[in-house]
Ligand binder design. Structure first.
Ligand SMILES: Cc1cc2nc3c(=O)[nH]c(=O)nc-3n(C[C@H](O)[C@H](O)[C@H](O)COP(=O)(O)OP(=O)(O)OC[C@H]3O[C@@H](n4cnc5c(N)ncnc54)[C@H](O)[C@@H]3O)c2cc1C
Length: 410
């Protein structure tokens, strides 16, 4: 391709996924621009709130490949065991890092801590032009290049930039999707997630709990100082009520759903809520365009897979871009992007299906289904190959893995 462009690729959105793509390509001679609507120079950049993120073992390997893991590791709490149970029923299953022969099944880090590491690294990428706060306001995909119109805040000055490839990493309500009329399959779960930090009486012993209750699933993830990060899915009206009740009433209701495995719940931090939807873009690529992260697929947080899935998008796409670039191919050509999309299709389908099955099966009180899922949990607990498969899915280490996901550099 002979057209001269301002950049090789422009990434729209500097949330966790867009930032990771930029960092993973940092050592290449590619010319990259990252456009982020919020200010990446603030103490808490956009998208990097208090929420705890469970990183899978597979994500740890990707961060290893990116050379970032040592800096992230010091901020994480490891998950040694996962305990999955159904309130008031006999079924439960346990996954164990030692049995899976890994250091940990996963690692918990707050989005804010992860964001701080990513922001520091972004500042050191020589091949990267950071535009923030700046918004994408228009986009045209041409035959041999794409043109993005950017408005710089606060004065709203606009600028046109050209590139061979545009990456949409602009989140669940992607403006790229809107501008290009890319449709989504959207399913409103009719549920809201309540997020808060909880301090229990007993030690969490590095166990992550996933408990299915008659009012919706709840997860407790181990954190430093014996805190646990709660993700509690409830009907929207229940969630509204639980956001407003006193700390004592909140803890009492949580205790009645979770039981006494961790003793009494002593303290709850600030409560936040998130409405839950599945949003799946119906096109993942077009000539000169790829969608990644929440812009491509926004999941229910029940299984803690959203960012992990987005990071696997990053690992595969970065490898395709670098290989095409070194072979002097056009990195925005449809043929190159099709290889990426086909590679990711199975993982997307499996994770969305796994998450939906968890949400729907474990919300149902129809007795035969309740029995079946409890038998399923027990079977998973006592049949090693089944258990191993569930563990490998949770760890994000199934299927053909890109170099970064094997802990190797790009
Ligand atoms: C309650 C909850 C718990 C979760 N727990 C887990 C977990 O344990 N493990 C896990 O793997 N995942 C988890 N997730 C999912 C995870 O948080 C998301 O998958 C991840 O944050 C998505 O990152 P992203 O970069 O794709 O999108 P975002 O974080 O939404 O980033 C998009 C960025 O694009 C920017 N942007 C938007 N429009 C424009 C524009 N026009 N121009 C320029 N920039 C723009 C935005 O400012 C934003 O910074 C959880 C989610 C929730 C809600």
């Amino acid at each position: 391709m002979n057209t001269t462009t301002d950049y090789d690729l422009i990434i729209i959105g500097g949330g966790m996924v867009g930032a990771c793509l930029a960092i993973s390509l940092a050592k290449q001679t590619l010319r990259i621009a990252l456009i982020e609507a919020g200010s990446l120079h603030k103490a808490t950049p956009p998208g990097y709130d208090d929420r705890a993120i469970a990183l899978s073992f597979g994500s740890r390997r990707i961060f290893d490949g990116m050379g970032l893991w040592p800096r992230i590791a010091s901020q994480t709490t490891s998950i040694q065991r996962i305990h999955i149970s159904d309130q008031g029923r006999f079924g439960f299953t346990r996954l164990d890092a030692a049995q899976e022969k890994v250091d940990a099944l996963g690692y918990v880090v707050t989005a804010q801590q992860l964001g701080t590491v990513l922001m520091q690294q972004l500042q050191q990428c020589d091949n990267l032009t950071l535009m923030s706060p700046a918004r994408l306001i228009d986009l045209k995909l041409g035959n041999d290049h794409a043109t993005a119109v950017i408005a710089h805040d606060p004065d709203n000055n606009t600028e046109s930039l050209t590139s061979k490839l545009i990456i949409a990493a602009d989140g669940s309500h992607s403006h790229v999707r809107n501008l290009l009329d890319i449709h989504t399959h959207t399913h409103d779960y009719g549920q809201t997630a309540i997020i808060a930090n909880i301090t229990p009486e007993k030690s969490h012993r590095h166990i992550a709990y996933e408990r299915f209750t008659r009012n919706g699933p709840l997860a407790l993830l181990p954190m430093p100082d014996n805190r646990c990060s709660l993700v509690w899915t409830r009907a929207p009206e229940d969630a509204q009520r639980l956001l407003q009740v006193s700390d004592e009433d909140f803890l009492a209701e949580l205790q009645s759903c979770f039981g006494k495995r961790l003793g009494h719940f002593i303290k709850v931090g600030k409560r936040h809520s998130y409405p839950l939807q599945l949003i799946q873009a119906q096109e993942q690529i077009r000539p000169r365009l790829a969608l990644i992260g929440n812009a491509a697929h926004t999941l229910h947080p029940i299984a803690g897979q959203g960012f992990n899935l987005g990071l696997r998008d990053v690992a595969a796409l970065a490898q395709n871009i670098v290989d095409a670039f070194h072979e002097r191919e056009d990195i925005g050509a449809l043929s190159m992007l099709e290889i990426y999309a086909q590679w990711r299709e199975r993982d997307h389908r499996q994770v969305i299906c796994f998450t939906n099955t968890l949400v729907h099966t474990f919300s149902n009180r129809f007795p035969p289904l309740v029995l079946a899922r409890n038998l399923g949990l027990v079977a998973t607990d006592i049949v090693p190959p089944l258990k191993h498969l569930l563990a490998r899915h949770s760890m994000g280490t199934v299927g053909k893995l890109p170099r970064l996901a094997r802990g190797l550099p790009l």
